[in-house]
Structures are given as structure tokens and as C-alpha cells.
Write a protein that binds this ligand. Structure first.
Ligand code: NAD
Length: 417
């Protein structure tokens, strides 16, 4: 595959163009949506533990706020680059729109390697970055959240920094916070829970019984391990799971909680008793009913898509399937629940967290889960109806729903002429 096709910014632009053309919308829709409305690049000095000063670079991208304030995570990673942050903010616009959340898309990133930083350095970077972007974020403007290598502690430092700048406590500026300062119950499980709900709904439509269905999960972190546990609780047989060190297979089914305990103890799922070692590539090609990619992007490609034998692919990860692979899966009758729908449970409960912060009224975990269930089922139905009526791939159907919503908002606000 060429570099151009793998550039996430080009991929998302192509997805928007397809949707605008299929919906026969006015060309202005594509012109407005093809790049972020605001992109801030910042540098900021940070005192390191050895007394030296290092200058870090960060980005915040706000794609489109026609529907509401922008929303999306902040990642800390050495490879963060401008086009990636732009693309991720664009995907957030459509993820929020598929779920009908009152948000546009945002994303941020800081070029740094958290594995090489002390806790104090991490705190000073978090505070420095938030100070640098403080003019463009806020509960009614742009609401960040955790992403790759950022976590509730980092969100807490950022809220603290923003609250100092505003001279008042501002929990609604960020989601994914620790519970004690306004985080939501159920947030930790939300991505996996949402993904499993969409898989259950897809299985109903396709006439697949979840009880006894064979499930393979690539990636055993937050999204993958919880999705495995929830599928197991619904009576499915989780036959294979993997992490960055490799995979394990037991055709009779694994106990996901025991596998997680083993991984916590040893650092990997590999070596779990009673299993056969397999590679990550082999896991993707197993005969099973449900495949859940929950690790990295670009895992199912033109090279291996033809060998995927699952009936449903539930994309817990962002961008695990390349556009060429998507075509191949569709031709082979594999039902792909696209990332912007399948993993939207996380941002949905982030939205619940923000609502709770603005009201100062906090919900029980049962209430969070039942509202999540309602929103995911409704979003799945909307996408499925579009898939049936337009006879397009599920991913295209999700973009049609999303782009149409954003276009409607832009139209009534007078942005399209
Ligand atoms: P995580 O860091 O908790 O887990 C990632 C897992 O993937 C780890 O088990 C790691 O060992 C494994 N992994 C890494 N490289 C791998 C490889 N080459 N092959 C197989 N496994 C590999 O991350 P997470 O939060 O679970 O996120 C996973 C995916 O889900 C990402 O694409 C992320 O963007 C997406 N996602 C997560 C959330 C969330 O709320 N956690 C929300 C939306 C989307």
C-alpha cells in the first residue's frame, strides 16, 4: 500500500468525500470539512529533573464545531505529528455525530516519550501544555480527554492548571478524570461495553447466536480485555487473545479474567497454561464468529483481509482496517462494525461525565450503563438502516449518518451559503 493511502489525513478526507458524493450534498460541505477549522501548534519550556530546560512541541486540532464544542483526547507519544492529530480530530467529529452527541471533533498531542519521563517531569509537561492551549479550551469550547499514554492522573493535573488560570474549579474542561474530582463511574469500561453492545446487535441482525459464538480478540489492554470479559459473560467462547508479545489459542474457550490476572503477573498473555501459542497474524485469520481488533491501526490490510474468516469484525481499535481491506471484507460478506460506531462508547460516557460536571449531580454506575446501552443501540439502528436502505458498506453507512448530521447543522447555521 502506498504512503499516501496510509496517511490518516488523506484517508479521512477520502471518507468525507465519498459520503458527500453519495449523499449528493452541496460541494461546500466537503470544502468546510476537509480540514480542521482551527489548528494550534505550541512549544513550551519544561524544567527537567536534572535542572536543564527542554522545549516540547504540542498540537491541538479543532475540526468542526457546528454541532457543539469540540471534543477529543490528548496523546503523549514520540511519533505524534500534525497530520495525525488533524485526522484524529476529524474522526472525532464523525464519531460524535454517529452517536448524536452535541460535540464536534478535537484532538491533541505532545511529542514526548512518557516511558523516559519521571512523574514530576510528566506533571510539568501536562501543566505546560494545558497552559499553552488554555485560551482555546473550556467546557463550552473544547473538552479534551485521555488518549494514548495519557491517563486520569494527567487529566487531574490539567484540570488543576486550568482551574488556577480561571480562578475557579473547572471539572467540565476535561473528561476521563479520577472519580474523586468529577470522573464518571463506568468510564473505564465504556469503550468495551459499547463495542460489545454493537456486536450483540449485529449478531441479532445476522442471525448469529452470541451464546457459544467463537471470539478472537487482538490486543489485551483496556478495550480488548474488558471486551473479552463482557463477551464471555454473554456466553460467547473467547478462543484466542493476544498482546504485543503474541497470542494464545484454546478452541474450548478461555477465562478472560484469569488470562488478565496472568498478564498482570507475567507481563503478557503468552504462556497462559493450556493454550497453544499463535502469532497476531494467525489470530486475525482464525475461524470464528467475532473478531475484535483492539490494538493498533492498519492490522487488517489488503494482504490478509482475504483470509479473515470471522462473520463480524467489531473495531474496538481506531483504524484497524485499511480502506482496501474494507472492500475485500465487504465482498467476502464479513460485517464490519466501523470504529466510529464500535468504539464510541468511550466518548459517550465522556459526554455523560461532562453532563454530570455541568449539573454537579452524579449518576450511579447502573444509570451510566443503561444510558450507554440506549445510545449505542439507537446509533447502531441508525447506521444499520442506512446500510440497508443505501446498500453500502457499514462503514460508509456510518459516515453517511455522521456527515449528513454535521451538514444539517452547518446548513441551519448559515455556513453553506
Ligand atoms: P491499551 O494500551 O490499554 O492496550 C493496547 C493493547 O494492545 C495492549 O495489550 C498491547 O500489548 C497490545 N498491542 C500493542 N501492539 C500490539 C500488536 N502489534 N499486536 C497485538 N497487540 C498489540 O490501549 P486501549 O485503550 O485498549 O486502546 C486500544 C485501541 O482501542 C486503540 O486503537 C485505541 O485508540 C482504541 N480506543 C480506546 C478507547 C479507550 O477508551 N480505551 C476508546 C476508543 C478507542
Amino acid at each position: 500500500m502506498s504512503t499516501e493511502q496510509m496517511n490518516p489525513f488523506k484517508i479521512v478526507q477520502g471518507q468525507i468525500k465519498r459520503a458527500v458524493d453519495m449523499l449528493e450534498l452541496e460541494p461546500a460541505v466537503y470544502e468546510v470539512l476537509k480540514e480542521p477549522m482551527r489548528f494550534l501548534e505550541v512549544t513550551f519550556p519544561v524544567r527537567m529533573d536534572d535542572g536543564s530546560v527542554r522545549v516540547f512541541k504540542g498540537f491541538r486540532s479543532q475540526h468542526n464545531d457546528a454541532v457543539g464544542p469540540t471534543k477529543g483526547g490528548i496523546r503523549f507519544h514520540p511519533d505524534v505529528h500534525a497530520d495525525e492529530v488533524r485526522a484524529l480530530s476529524m474522526w472525532m467529529t464523525f464519531k460524535c455525530a454517529v452517536l448524536g452527541l452535541p460535540y464536534g471533533g478535537g484532538k491533541g498531542g505532545v511529542v514526548c516519550n512518557p516511558k523516559e519521563l519521571s512523574k514530576g517531569e510528566l506533571e510539568r509537561i501536562s501543566r505546560g501544555f494545558f497552559q499553552a492551549i488554555s485560551q482555546i479550551v473550556g467546557p463550552e469550547k473544547d473538552i479534551p480527554a485521555p488518549d494514548v499514554y495519557t491517563n486520569p492522573q494527567i487529566m487531574a493535573w490539567m484540570v488543576d492548571e486550568f482551574s488556577k488560570i480561571k480562578e475557579s474549579f473547572q471539572p467540565g474542561v476535561i473528561t476521563g478524570k479520577p472519580i474523586i474530582i468529577g470522573g464518571s463511574l463506568g468510564r473505564n469500561e465504556a469503550t468495551a461495553r459499547g463495542c460489545v453492545i454493537t456486536i450483540r446487535e449485529a449478531a441479532k441482525k445476522l442471525g448469529i447466536e452470541i451464546k457459544g459464538a467463537r471470539v478472537a480478540v487482538q490486543g489485551y489492554g483496556n478495550a480488548g480485555s474488558i471486551a473479552a470479559r463482557l463477551m464471555h459473560e454473554m456466553g460467547a467462547a473467547v478462543i484466542a487473545v493476544s498482546d504485543s508479545k503474541g497470542g494464545i489459542l484454546n478452541p474450548a474457550g478461555l477465562d478472560p479474567l484469569k488470562v488478565l490476572a496472568f498478564k498482570d503477573e507475567t507481563g503478557s498473555v503468552v504462556g497462559y497454561p493450556g493454550t497453544k501459542p499463535i502469532t497476531n497474524e494467525e489470530l486475525l485469520e482464525l475461524e470464528c464468529e467475532v473478531l475484535i481488533p483492539a490494538a493498533l491501526e492498519n492490522q487488517i490490510t489488503a494482504a490478509n483481509a482475504g483470509r479473515v474468516r470471522a462473520r463480524i469484525v467489531g473495531e474496538a481499535a481506531n483504524g484497524p482496517t485499511t480502506p482496501e481491506a474494507d472492500e475485500i471484507l465487504a465482498k467476502n460478506g464479513v460485517f464490519v462494525i466501523p470504529d466510529i460506531l464500535a468504539n464510541a462508547g468511550g466518548v459517550t460516557v465522556s459526554y455523560f461525565e461532562w453532563c454530570q460536571n455541568l449539573y454537579g449531580f452524579y449518576w450511579s454506575e447502573e444509570e451510566v450503563n443503561s444510558r450507554l446501552e440506549f445510545m449505542m443501540v439507537k446509533a447502531f439502528e441508525n447506521v444499520y438502516n442506512m446500510y440497508k436502505s443505501k446498500r453500502v458498506k457499514p462503514r460508509d453507512a456510518a459516515y453517511l449518518v455522521a456527515v449528513d448530521r454535521v451538514a444539517q447543522a452547518m446548513r441551519v447555521r448559515g455556513w453553506l451559503g
